[in-house]
Design a protein around this ligand. Structure first.
Ligand code: AHR
Length: 504
């Protein structure tokens, strides 16, 4: 068993962890919206106003701060007027990206109602690719203007007297691909034009979010930022508050079948989020020296194509202990960059890709990734503080790469992040070793504290996952050690995620 040292320095504050780092994403894709959220008022599945209550109850418990909707690729072919008004009159339209017929039963009002039910802020991604500046500015007015204009009165007639107060607006999605296949320069011009007409109209300022690169594409970011800085008036040097990259770490093996080599390979791929954040934030800061713009990753997670089903459960995938570690390692990266990362949205909440919840008719289960979000909820809004790991790295080889080649690399055995909120220090710890436990000796610099709670997500099998027949196969274990933190030794089981709550 290896020994690792974790030094936490409570006085060295990185920044406040924006709760939105724990955000989610829900697209009209497969069974994420229809079946996952919307079952309709007449469904035998318990629901309120058509929204299923078991999913609402489960999501509320992980305190989702924000949800991005309606896509994804779907967003740039979505026309919001199709999704308002009496449901029986809404048109059936073709979902060209995900090969299905869209009933439009779930539209703006239903989305915002769902957000309110789970306690999240709505984040609407607008249509730039096939839409117009007018269509998007009208959507903002429809949602946010109090009343007395044709659009705001139409919202009131459709059931929402109070403004919907949608603060987060994405100006397109993946502008370099399904969002219009723009060059960075073309998107800069389109962005400027669309954003000119997006006004707050309500008490809160809007947070406008521009499309950033796929993964760590530095050339894309430099070209887009160079163009927009050069063409905007000085007072609007960067006319957005968030700049959003997408990064899917993909797969190695399948969702549920993988070798030890593939276990490490996927965890290593998830760690490419760190250079993405470091390098993209550096590029952003070079155009925004006052650091007014925050970095966002509004789509991320695992993508296991082999398991992805066919319509209507498109991109449905199982979720194992390995996905849980990908989530924990990635959230630790965002926590460690709390001074720059202002939002992140794992894809996609229910039934699609790395989801929190899976449904099968009236049945529902929570995934190992869900449990990580529950365990890490204590980080939301905390002050991220320095947590330094001194330990071993694992040299791994994956003989069975998806491309037919062998891959190798090295991965730290232990990763961590730490934050303080309400007099408690929350420390998260991941043991990436597939087979061996590790002892971590804890040092708290300049502070005393007691480990009040220890929560562990571990399993005897690295492939463990929850099924509808065994929905709690992977679930956290909670203990109350009541142990002095400074100098304590904590043993992390193999392939596990642990959080410690230390009362300071
Ligand atoms: O999340 C699935 C798809 O992945 C989204 O629609 C798109 O934005 C991305 O490429």
């Amino acid at each position: 068993m290896g020994t690792t040292r974790l030094v936490v320095i409570p006085a060295e504050i990185i920044g406040t962890i924006n709760p939105n780092i724990y955000g989610h994403f829900a697209e009209h894709l497969g069974s994420c919206i229809y079946e996952g959220i919307w079952v309709g008022e007449d469904s035998p599945i318990p629901n309120r106003d058509g929204i299923r209550l078991d999913v609402v109850d489960a999501l509320r418990r992980i305190r989702p701060p924000v949800i991005r909707w309606p896509g994804g690729c779907f967003a740039d072919d979505y026309h919001w007027r199709d999704g308002i008004g009496p449901r029986e009159d809404r048109p059936r339209t073709l979902n060209i990206w995900w090969d299905s017929i869209e009933s439009n039963q779930f539209g703006t009002h239903e989305f915002v109602r769902f957000c309110r039910m789970i306690g999240a802020e709505p984040y609407i991604c607008g249509n730039v690719g096939s839409g117009s500046p007018r269509e998007l500015r009208d959507w903002v007015e429809y949602c946010n203007y109090p009343g007395g204009t044709a659009l705001s009165d139409e919202r009131i007639a459709n059931g929402d007297r109070q403004p919907l107060d949608v603060r987060y607006w994405g100006v397109g999605n993946e502008s370099w691909g399904c969002g219009g296949a723009f060059t960075p320069e073309e998107y800069a011009a389109a962005y400027r034009r669309f954003a000119t007409y997006l006004r707050p109209l309500q008490r809160d300022p809007l947070t406008l979010i521009a499309c950033g690169p796929l993964a760590n594409d530095r050339d894309y970011s430099r070209r887009f930022l160079e163009q927009i800085v050069g063409t905007c008036p000085p007072q609007h040097r960067l006319p957005f508050q968030g700049y959003a990259a997408h990064y899917y770490c993909g797969t190695a093996g399948t969702a549920t079948e993988y070798t030890h080599g593939q276990w490490y390979h996927l965890l290593a791929k998830s760690q490419e989020m760190e250079p993405l954040v470091v390098e993209q934030r550096a590029i952003l800061d070079s155009y925004d020296p006052q650091r007014k713009v925050g970095l966002i990753v509004d789509e991320w997670g695992t993508w296991h194509p082999v398991e992805a089903g066919t319509n209507p459960r498109h991109l449905f995938q199982q979720n194992t202990q390995r996905d849980a570690l990908v989530a924990a390692l990635t959230l630790d990266i965002f926590n460690r960059h709390a001074d720059k990362v202002i939002m992140a949205n794992i894809a996609q909440t229910i039934n699609v890709l790395q989801s929190m919840v899976l449904t099968d008719g009236a049945r529902m289960l929570t995934t190992p990734t869900y449990h990580v979000y529950a365990m890490y909820a204590a980080h939301q809004g905390g002050q991220a503080v320095r947590a330094l790991v001194e330990g071993e790295t694992i040299d791994w080889v994956d003989q069975d790469g998806d491309d037919g080649a062998a891959h190798k690399g090295s991965l730290p055995q232990v990763a961590s992040s730490a934050s303080i909120r309400d007099g408690n220090l929350t420390v998260s710890l991941v043991n990436t070793h597939a087979a061996e436990p590790v002892e971590v000796s804890l040092a708290l610099y300049g502070a005393d504290g007691t480990i009040a709670t220890r929560t562990t997500l571990a399993s005897d099998d690295i492939h463990a996952h929850n099924t509808f027949d065994e929905p709690t196969r992977v679930a956290p274990r909670v203990e109350h050690p009541d142990l002095a933190a400074d100098g304590a030794t904590v043993t992390l089981p193999p392939a596990s995620v642990t959080t410690l709550t230390i009362a300071l």
